[in-house]
Design a binder for this molecule. Structure first.
Ligand code: LIP
Length: 278
């Protein structure tokens, strides 16, 4: 029996490669920077053009599918996840990195059916690393199998997190207090590469042992969720409950022990949901 979604995944990889080429070419030009929700929430014409390229290429073959794209939502489209086959797209994950030519910039695409992630791809296009994962069939980087570090001792772990955009006192003070709590365990270190999707893939390939974040979006997480899960990683809500791709928060880790310890240490602050207005 043919796998109905493999053809979609093959198209996804081909389109992501084309999108990555557009991003790399844009890095050679001047970059006009625009602001979204704040002076540190950036967007560029490349974000918008790449999302248009991805959605139009997929829609041409699958017109009945649904799409949730970061820049489409920013332009007023709803971000509602239904049972319909849905493509969840971040055209340039790590836009601030892109603007500064900091080399962690990725195209992130997750594909869901009945609200379950069937496959995910994250193309770290400056590094030219294509991470792919199909549900139940393993995770790969440029076609080579990848797996998490398997680290279970948090005192021997490298942890990733991000600073996000919100700088109001509640978010900022809690975010900094959480970093202090994690560092005080102690852990070997904390890093903030600046792309949620790349962060999840760094855990998936064993280059880091955990990543936690409150305040990102479904388009940052959907692609990497498949990659880290299929690489043998653990993915859960920041509270320790089940992961919810619309919840704007997550923990991924090399083991349940590390994920659960982070859930215990971190104080959660409210960040809304992607489907809150639906
Ligand atoms: C970014 C995330 C990053 C986070 C930023 C932003 P974008 O996504 O990948 O981890 O720190 O606040 O959310 O906006 O570049 O697609």
């Amino acid at each position: 029996m043919t796998d109905p979604w493999q053809e979609c995944m093959d198209l996804c990889v081909e389109v992501a490669h084309r999108a990555g080429k557009v991003i790399r070419e844009a890095l050679q030009e001047d970059i006009a920077v625009m602001e979204k929700s704040s002076p540190v929430d950036l967007v560029t014409k490349t974000d918008q053009a790449v999302e248009q390229l991805i959605i139009s290429s997929i829609k041409a073959k699958y017109p009945s599918h649904s799409f949730i794209g970061e820049e489409s939502v920013a332009a007023g489209e709803p971000s509602i996840l239904t049972d319909n086959p849905t493509w969840i797209i971040d055209p340039v994950d790590g836009t601030t990195n892109f603007v500064h030519r900091f080399p962690f910039v990725s195209v992130s695409i997750g594909f869901t059916v009945n609200k379950e992630v069937e496959f995910g791809i994250v193309y770290s296009c400056v590094e030219d690393k294509m991470y792919t994962a199909r549900r139940g069939k393993g995770a790969f980087c440029n076609g080579q199998p990848i797996k998490v570090s398997g680290q279970e001792d948090i005192t021997k772990s490298l942890v990733l997190t991000e600073m996000g955009f919100k700088k109001d006192p509640v978010h900022f003070d809690t975010l900094m207090a959480n970093i202090r709590s994690i560092l005080s365990i102690p852990v070997h270190g904390i890093r903030s590469p600046g792309s949620a999707a790349v962060n999840m893939c760094l855990v998936a390939c064993g280059s880091a042992d955990a990543y936690y974040h409150i305040g990102i979006h479904c388009w940052d997480m959907a692609g990497g969720a498949a990659v880290v899960t299929e690489a043998g990683g653990v993915i859960m809500d920041i509270s320790g409950g089940p992961f919810d791709v619309m919840s704007r928060r997550l923990i991924v880790a090399s083991s349940k022990a590390i994920a659960e310890r982070i859930a215990k240490e971190v104080t959660v602050f409210p960040c809304g949901r992607d489907d809150a207005d639906s």
